[in-house]
Design a protein around this ligand. Structure first.
Ligand code: PGA
Ligand code: ZN
Length: 432
């Protein structure tokens, strides 16, 4: 059969941090092929699927020889002869063969590369771009981008405690226009940094290295940058934060080194609420740590009616955790990182669970990326409504933004931009 898998093959390539990662190819009997690369996080949640690394001295312990061997040996044997169109069957076979709850044996870096490569091969066999294969005749929205301007936390030597200072342009009419607006803000922020003697390079995801005196100083600088760009903060352009508070949580307390402050969960939520009151913040990710469901619920009760509250480390792209969080009133959006789940089917299940709840969903890159543009296709084809890729610099980031432009062009007149419709209903209503 045309769609029978004949070959599954992996190799070691290099990611955007100069660390080894896994690339997989899936070849079909009919000649169609698919290829995908595993991304890698730095601020990872404890409940994520686990990348298999070689450890030891070589490549700082980040080697992927064992993960590559798992693909070329066990996984290849498992998938050869199967129909590539049965994505859930392929994914379930890998999960079952792995035998651990978090893909620790075969490695989520092995399974995610193979799972995505199989999906690409299935689309190629149909002669369709991946987004169109996934959309399956429906008309999905083009996703609202969330784009980093300053990168801090684990991606910038902890220069700020908050990890990502991002912007969103929900009132743009297209991805093209949202990117143009973002480009204006990114350049203005660079100019502001230069003028104030704070230009110190780029963080892991391409954002400006945040030479600020406090976390709030960064919020003020970002608001100023939006003004300098000629766009209106709180009208055309909004701030989105990824606090990545997991990284700040230590011994039951949240420690904000730059602010010289230490908080209980309640006080941490209060601090974020103050930021939300003072700055045009429309979205906040992980304001509390991965197991602080009460804190997430408190934040949601406090400002979740008008601000998007995204769970990343707390939900780890897991449908069960989404259901549990929803039952506790904790959050109103899920971050979807395929490698947190380890396979495509599980990531899609987390996204579906969120959408069934009326939550927002954001398909996201990792801080370690490659030229792989799969997530641009997933965000469109799954009608996620939002996408987060990092900043507006460095080609492992720009490759995804540019792919969205190509998809938007291919959709032609029929393309619709998600804009405010990407948010949970109360947040969308607050914007109107
Ligand atoms: P990571 O960061 O890829 O290093 O986990 C991205 C995020 O926290 O959203
Ligand atoms: Zn995050």
């Amino acid at each position: 059969m045309k769609t029978t898998i004949t070959t599954v093959r992996a190799r070691q390539i290099w990611d955007s941090r100069g660390r080894p990662t896994v690339e997989a190819d899936v070849v079909l009997e009919g000649g169609a092929t698919g290829r995908a690369c595993a991304p890698a996080g730095a601020s990872r949640g404890a409940h994520e699927a686990i990348d298999l690394r070689d450890g030891g001295a070589r490549f700082g312990g980040f080697g992927v020889d064992r993960a590559v061997a798992a693909v070329n040996g066990e996984i290849a044997k498992l998938l050869q002869g199967r129909d590539v169109r049965d994505q859930s069957g392929l994914d379930a076979a890998m999960v079952e063969a792995d035998g651990t709850p978090n893909l620790a044996r075969l490695g989520a870096n092995a399974t995610v590369a193979v799972s995505l490569a199989a999906l690409h091969a299935a689309a190629a066999a149909e002669g369709l771009p991946l987004w169109a294969y996934l959309a399956d005749g429906t008309s999905p929205r083009m996703p609202l981008p969330e784009i980093q301007i300053f990168g801090g936390g684990a991606h910038a030597g902890r220069r700020t405690d908050v990890q990502d200072f991002m912007v969103m342009a929900p009132r743009a009419d297209s991805v093209r226009q949202a990117l143009e607006i973002t480009g204006d803000v990114f350049r203005a922020a660079g100019r502001l940094m230069e003028e104030t003697g704070r230009l110190a390079g780029a963080a892991d995801e391409g954002g400006w290295w945040p030479m600020f005196d406090s976390n709030e100083d960064a919020l003020a600088a970002l608001t100023k940058s939006i003004e300098m760009s000629g766009h209106r903060p709180g009208e055309d352009v909004f701030i989105s934060l990824d606090v990545a508070a997991n990284e700040l949580f230590d011994g039951g307390r949240y420690r904000l080194g730059l602010d010289g402050a230490e908080f209980s969960s309640e006080a941490m939520v209060e601090r974020v609420a103050e930021w939300v009151a003072r700055y045009p913040i429309l979205s906040v990710e992980d304001p509390v740590s991965q197991d602080d469901l009460d804190g997430m619920a408190a934040a949601t009760a406090r400002f979740g009616d008008r601000v998007q509250l995204i769970g990343d480390d707390i939900l780890v792209t897991n449908a069960d955790r989404v259901a549990k969080a929803a039952a506790a009133g904790a959050g109103n959006a899920v971050l979807v990182k395929v490698n947190q789940a380890g396979v495509v089917t599980k990531a899609k299940a987390a996204l579906d669970a969120a959408k069934a709840l009326g939550w927002g969903a954001i398909v996201s890159a990792r801080s370690g990326e490659t030229e792989d543009v799969s997530i641009a296709h997933l965000a469109v084809g799954w009608d996620a409504g939002q996408i987060k890729v990092g900043s507006f610099a460095r080609s492992e980031r720009m490759a995804k933004w540019n792919e969205l432009l190509r998809i938007e062009e291919a959709m032609g007149e029929g393309a619709t931009f998600a804009g405010a419709s990407a948010f949970a209903p109360s947040v969308a209503a607050a914007l109107r």
